[in-house]
Design a binder for this molecule. Structure first.
Ligand code: NAD
Ligand code: ZN
Length: 373
């Protein structure tokens, strides 16, 4: 007997109205119907980076036009360097020149960069038009397309200018992952391991066991991972849309992860840095007596199955990384804060979702992990 389909739908709560995230192999076929029933716009501006546009843009446009929808493709150069106010102004100017009115809808087809940039276009265009997210990377499916955060990077830092703008719906067709470069698959899957480490230890174990198949996008595993991650993230953002409380758990591994990323001058991928950040923060929690002994080891083993090691900690200058800690957006009064685990699958909560740690201890943890590589 063949196993049944694992595709499914998750509902996410948002102040502007809840929305559905549909996940599955081939689910993009339902795009025209969903656009008609959930949006009903007069025109659709499909925004995509030029790599994704070349691979999948024409097919999505053709699907829309075959169903009688007015859809036009707008592309921008691929990469984080395009997530800027300049790209935002070029895209909004092109839409204005094209006569897109208030009854238009922005459809983001791409990774997290496309989702964040297009989302900010949708949030601001004529004071806001509907947005639909069609994520194409693991990172965007698992993380960026859910939760309504949009924005751009500025000289002072990443994601510092933006808006909350929830999508009308999200359609994550896992077939699109087969064209995603392998290194990008690995980087994005790290966030799924973070969901498991903070909220569901059996999911963490399942991910570790299926890491090779997830990287190969084999069978139903990609759909199962995206669904499980979206369910976990949806529960958190539904409870805490504006990041005042529980949403903070999603920052596990990110305080030290961001410091490592910055210390490497962004040469190291976000996933690689966050993976090391999770191991470091688990060790920090163990030393502070809040995290169950052995948690660091379990996290490191799971991430090793994904093929992500800790070399980055040995390669960066620890003092430079420590210097970036106080500038982290989660810091209060210049003091960095850490989301710590109680055990695998559960975040420690005592007087808040994050806490400070002595800088000497953070430094010792980094030195010890660097020495263990
Ligand atoms: N809004 C949020 O809540 C949130 C959460 C996490 C991350 N983010 C943001 O997401 C961004 C990172 O996302 P990302 O890793 O997807 O980056 P990305 O959008 O740059 O995609 C990574 C690379 O993969 C390519 N790509 C994407 N899908 C592809 C496909 N199916 N086939 C072939 N190539 C494909 C892209 O062209 C790009 O070169 C960052 O800017 C980050 O700040 C946002
Ligand atoms: Zn992250």
């Amino acid at each position: 007997m063949t196993p049944g389909p694992v595709d499914g739908t998750v509902r996410v709560g948002a102040s502007a109205g809840s929305y559905e995230v549909r996940v599955g192999s081939g689910c993009l076929a339902s795009l025209p119907d969903l656009l008609q029933s959930a949006v009903g716009a007069h025109r659709y501006a499909l925004i995509s980076d030029d790599d994704v546009a070349a691979l999948h843009g024409d097919a999505v446009i053709a699907r829309c036009r075959d169903a009688g929808l007015d859809a036009e493709l707008f592309s921008f150069p691929a990469g984080e360097r395009s997530k800027t106010r300049k790209s935002w102004s070029i895209l909004t100017d092109r839409m204005l020149a094209g006569g897109f009115g208030r009854d238009s809808c922005v459809v983001a087809l791409g990774g997290g960069v496309t989702g964040d940039l297009s989302g900010f276009v949708a949030a601001t265009y004529l004071r806001g038009v509907p947005l639909v997210q069609l994520p194409t990377s693991y990172l965007a499916m698992i993380d960026a397309s859910v939760g309504g955060k949009t924005g751009v990077d500025v000289a002072a830092g990443k994601n510092l200018v933006g808006a909350f703008h929830a999508p009308r719906f999200v359609l994550a067709d896992t077939d699109l992952l087969t064209t995603l470069p392998t290194s990008e698959r690995v980087q994005g899957l790290v966030e799924a391991f973070k969901h498991g480490a903070t909220m569901d230890s059996s999911y963490f174990d399942w991910l570790s066991e299926h890491a090779a198949r997830l990287i190969a996008v084999e069978g139903d595993v990609a759909t199962e991972a995206v669904l499980r991650s979206v369910r976990l993230k949806a529960a958190v953002v539904t409870e805490d849309e504006r990041e005042a409380g529980p949403r903070e758990v999603l920052n596990f591994g990110h305080t030290l992860g961001h410091a490592l990323e910055a210390a490497s001058d962004f040469q190291v991928g976000h996933g690689t840095a966050v993976a090391a950040g999770m191991v470091l923060e688990a060790e920090l929690g163990e030393r502070l007596g809040v995290t169950r002994a052995g948690t660091r080891e379990r996290i490191a083993l799971g991430l090793a199955a994904l093929g992500v090691g800790l070399d980055v900690v040995a390669e960066i200058d620890i003092d430079v990384a420590l210097g970036f800690l106080g500038t982290d957006k989660k810091s209060r009064r210049g003091r960095p804060r850490f989301v710590l685990l109680e055990e695998l699958g559960r975040v420690h909560r005592e007087g808040g979702w994050s806490r400070e740690a002595p800088e000497t201890m953070v430094s010792e943890v980094m030195a010890e992990v660097a020495g263990s590589v």
